[in-house]
Write a protein that binds this ligand. Sequence first.
Ligand code: SF4
Length: 435
Amino acid sequence: MTHDSPQQAPGGNRVETFGCRLNAYESEVIRGHLEAAGKAGTIVVNTCAVTAEAERQARQAIRRLARENPGAEIVVTGCAAQIDPERFAAIEGVSRVVGNEEKMRADTWSAARPEAGEPTAIHVTDIMAVRETAAHLVSEFDGRARAFVQVQQGCDHRCTFCIIPFGRGNSRSVPIGAIVEQVRALVDGGYREVVLTGVDVTSFGGDLPGRPSLGQMMRRLLALVPELERLRLSSVDPVEIDDDLFRLIADEPRLMPHLHLSLQAGDDMVLKRMKRRHLRADVQRLVERVRALRPEVAFGADVIAGFPTESDAMFENTAALLTELGVQHLHVFPYSPRPGTPAARMPQVPGDVRKARAARLRAIGAANLEAWIAGRVGGEDRVLIEADGIGRGESFAPVALEAGVAAAAGSVVPVSLIAVEAGRLVGRPRMRAAA
Ligand code: SF4
């Protein structure tokens, strides 16, 4: 779970973002609406509800911001506010609580703030009643080298540990035309890499005329925006990858060889109790198939440690699967009970055991990444520079340019991989390597 806390320009607005890439995208939309409304000095906290820790940090940030900015208009939004608006409205200094649907509307931000002494206003509608997701044109991602584009919103699944559908509603897709327009605007604005994001991206298109698949949409996008150099996918459901997407993985060099799987566990009993749609063997087959199509693909995965009823043996199955597959980019979450979810009512694994299992899995991830990086020396890559000569290669390997070499953030540098330093590959620009 990330937390972005940008500097506030004097008299400027400030948007604090917790959580996922979709929230990061939406914070840029909010920033644009605030500017368009001529607002100054408004503070927005865009919350996340994925873990109890994410909520705790958001509440802490809100209290700090209220203390440091007495009298400022403070608006709280995001999944945690959508799910429990009263709780955030009760925090001293909060002016308004706004829902996930309302936060994307321009009129929400042009509205006048409540008068001093008036009760905190709550504008949160039933997110399950929302049927469409509108597109918003974002032209810039504050301080970021890559741009995020929302293609889908909400989720129709009900995994037993997950609170997200209650914050974001059911699955709905952004029309392809709007996605193309958004990506073209970003490419015209100088972005070399775009990440397609959503809540359950692989369910893209199910609600659109003709039910285009995610792979079909991406193929059309790449055809209609030939200037787009690098297209990356955020996390995907292991059993919902369509044939067009498999074909793109095999034959489209502009699709980055990096698949982040919403894996969650590697034990079949745990996966069943999570109400996931895949089993261990499905993931093994998927990784095998993708590696046969494009050997350089690197895998990421989200995994929960200590899901209720997870025994030592079940946990070892997850650990063994991550080692067997050599998952390079591992995100591990100790299970966090979310009130209102079925898993929160199941027999819980003790907190210290959850933490210890999470540490074990992170160590496996670190070892996989280290071995993979070491094996890349002598090869080549194209690095998107994020800042200070450091960036990510096509399969998301961390790469630092050789000492003394500078390159602008957002530029793409072809490199020879010459060494490993401080857990990163060292890249020598190929023009220089050729000299
Ligand atoms: S697929 Fe499952 S984990 Fe993902 S958002 Fe939907 S309910 Fe949550």
